[in-house]
Design a binder for this molecule. Structure first.
Ligand code: NAD
Ligand code: TYD
Length: 378
């Protein structure tokens, strides 16, 4: 095998797309999916790659420093793509300790295991890479603005030079100071700082990326898009936080996975890259697109389910607007999102409607038996 790469959190939403891409695209690499299988980890997300000779699953907690160190030694690991994390803001508000443990201590445990193993080799850091996947939420929240009294969204251009619709005139760029608000984003921010510290202090070849909100198949239905698609299908209420005016910047998950592939191979050491498709949506507008798409695909009358919209108490500390400026990635490495949002949403809604078994398994909790059935005795 040309390389051995650990992908942490590979049984989760984004991780499963990254594992699938790497296993299929690089038969000469050994891809090791290291995942603790928390409630968010589901090996059924990876059924199609399970039998491939270059794929291996290891059930392990990233906080298990000795286990990670031994795995790196046994498999001669030269790259880590780190996605494992507690990822849901609402859960972080209820249980911040778990977020600090996994996102901060877990990242530190991986960094230290990689440091000790790579430093013990004759070639040391050469040919090694620690790639940490982070979020735009570490930058804090942007405002909705009305330049010259124009009601957002208005046409603007970030430093990409291309026009797009935006809800404000500021964007998250890589040089911004971190200002996280939620326990989730605070824990992610702390982990990003540790990754940079390992480069600056020990010389570890690291790279960090901060991506906007992802959507697509296999996302756990606690997050807005899969939760609402499933609720619309079953005519259950859609709990819209506050007035539904918060803005998120959405990227199709496979476009994130392609960016990760590119940056893992060609990104500059010690750099940070923002990943996003200049695609801002006000929650309530996005929810209406979801309702219309589900209704159309199920042959229901247009707008039939708009009455499911239910305004509920706002999330504590709810960030108003996220908007990523990904010009650096686009200019330096030539990455572009491949899908228009309308296409991506149509594909996503179709996938959830056609994969009701996956959704039923996840909502019933049965998916957690999959590991026992598939991996027992291996
Ligand atoms: P997810 O919650 O769907 O999956 C997380 C995975 O990590 C699961 O498979 C889980 O079992 C595993 N995991 C959790 N704790 C672990 C531990 N202690 N040891 C080993 N494995 C553990 O998350 P996601 O949405 O796929 O996000 C993946 C990464 O991308 C996270 O680091 C997140 O911060 C980042 N990110 C997510 C988004 C998004 O919109 N979802 C956007 C930008 C960045
Ligand atoms: P979410 O998918 O949790 O992602 P994040 O908080 O990381 O951006 O939420 C996306 C947006 O949707 C966010 O502004 C909160 C809002 N939201 C609701 O209004 N209702 C819900 O039930 C959920 C889960 C989210």
């Amino acid at each position: 095998m040309k390389r051995a790469i650990i992908i942490t959190g590979g049984a989760g939403f984004i991780g499963s797309h990254v594992v699938r891409l790497f296993v299929n695209k690089y038969p000469e690499y050994k891809i090791i999916n290291l995942d603790k299988l928390t409630y968010a980890g589901n090996l059924a997300n990876l059924k199609d790659v399970e039998g491939k000779p270059n794929y291996k699953f290891v059930k392990m907690d990233i906080c298990d420093f000795e286990g990670v160190y031994k795995l790196m030694q046994d498999e001669h690991v030269d790259g880590i793509i780190h996605l494992a994390a507690e990822s849901h803001v609402d859960r972080s508000i209820k249980d911040p300790f778990t977020f600090a443990q996994t996102n901060v201590m877990g990242t530190l445990s991986l960094l230290q295991a990689a440091k000790l193993y790579w430093e013990s080799l004759p070639e040391k850091w050469e040919g090694k890479r620690f790639y940490h996947i982070s979020t735009d939420e570490v930058y804090g929240a942007l405002e909705l603005t009305h330049p010259q009294g124009i009601e957002p969204p208005f046409s603007t251009k970030a430093s990409s030079g291309k026009h797009h619709l935006a809800y404000g005139d500021k964007f998250f760029t890589e040089d911004l100071k971190y200002l996280p608000h939620s326990p989730y984003s605070a824990a992610k921010a702390a982990s990003d700082h540790f990754v940079r510290a390992y480069h600056d202090t020990y010389g570890m070849p690291t790279v960090v990326t901060n991506c906007s909100n992802n959507y697509g198949p296999y996302q756990f239905p606690e997050k807005l898009i899969p939760l609402f698609i499933n609720n619309i299908r079953h005519k259950k209420p859609l709990p819209v936080y506050g007035k539904g005016e918060n803005v998120r910047d959405w990227l199709y998950v496979e476009d994130h996975a392609r960016a990760i592939d590119l940056i893992f191979h060609e990104g500059k050491i010690a750099e940070t890259y923002n990943i996003g498709g200049f695609n801002e949506w006000k929650n309530i507008d996005l929810i209406k697109v979801l309702i219309n798409t589900v209704d159309r695909l199920l042959g229901r009358a247009e707008g039939e389910d708009l009455n499911l919209i239910t305004y509920v108490t706002d999330r504590a500390g709810h960030d108003m607007r996220y908007a990523i400026d990904s010009s650096k990635l686009q200019k330096e490495l030539g990455w572009e999102p491949s899908l228009q949002f309308e296409e991506g949403i149509e594909k996503t809604v179709r996938w959830y409607l056609e994969n009701q078994d996956w959704m039923d398994n996840v909502t019933s909790g049965d998916y957690q038996k999959y590991y026992e059935e598939m991996y027992k005795g291996r």
